[in-house]
Design a protein around this ligand. Sequence first.
Ligand SMILES: Cc1ncc(C[n+]2csc(CCOP(=O)(O)OP(=O)(O)O)c2C)c(N)n1
Ligand code: SF4
Ligand SMILES: [Mg+2]
Length: 312
Amino acid sequence: MAKTKIKDILANPESRREYFLPGNSTCQGCGLDMALRWAMKALGQNTVMISPASCSNVVTGLWPKSAPDWPYFNMAFAGAAAAATGMKHGLITKGKGDYNVVVWAGDGGTTDIGLQGLSGAAERNEDIIYVCYDNEAYQNTGNQRSSSTPHGGATTTTPYGKERYKKNLPMIVAAHNVPYVATASVGDPMDLYDKFMKAKKIKGFRYIHILAPCPPGWRYPAEETIQQTKLIVDTGVFPLFEIEDGNLTLNGKSKRLHDKTKRKPLGEYFNKKNQGRFKVVDEKILGELQMDTDRWWKWIDRFLVIQDYEEK
Ligand SMILES: Cc1ncc(C[n+]2csc(CCOP(=O)(O)OP(=O)(O)O)c2C)c(N)n1
Ligand code: SF4
Ligand SMILES: [Mg+2]
């Protein structure tokens, strides 16, 4: 599929339209703001969103204003995937089965608290799109660690750096054999847009995991959000890929990063000058982070191997 270009977005009144209105209360440089803006440009008007407790809940609706220009429901932390399931079936009953029903959840609401509901909906192959915007901690309540916080990352509950490793949610969801799983980053909005355009045309359970940096939580200057996301992709720490019916394709720059020698050194990303939260990262932790990055790529290789095997 040809990649959409910014001039295509500008030429199309549908994608030119802004759904996530200005004046919301996200911090400067917020990744979730960019992710939601671009996702909605692709999803369009016939979309209903369910969002569990998170920054999203708060920034979208500080009374008396409401930033989302589409139906947006706040939901209890653990209940998003179940609520989306009910919403979809209700809409089908009402003759509106063509609506996109989307869960818009943070990493805490996905990798920890909402995982059971997510797994249930994925296993039933519910006709919904589940999105995790990943800012790698519970940012709305002041930066506590989640399962998605990287090893070595300092948060208020891991002041000396997190001991455990980032949970690999895209691969966990892929193990449910759902029709579509993808990763995306706000540093490549056209890739993100195209993935939502593709996802909305697929039936069944779709999962998109978006890297969405948080300047105050990650402790870097607000104007660096795009640079930060590009660096995390260039180092191979966050590979961009799609898994369609079990077939994995690497996207964008990640295609050539399968070759480890083409990646930028990990130390360029994981250092305290780049992000204050990496204040404790030393040579030992950097080695462990390298091992963890290699582990993510081994999962990618496993899918590529399955693909090879099936093609024979
Ligand atoms: C059952 C329950 N526990 C705790 C909270 C408090 N709470 C609200 S938002 C939030 C953080 C959510 O983190 P995440 O899902 O990563 O989204 P983010 O805030 O980072 O965007 C927490 C702990 C809550 N609302 N409900
Ligand atoms: S705390 Fe982080 S995720 Fe929340 S609105 Fe601010 S920048 Fe965005
Ligand atoms: Mg979070």
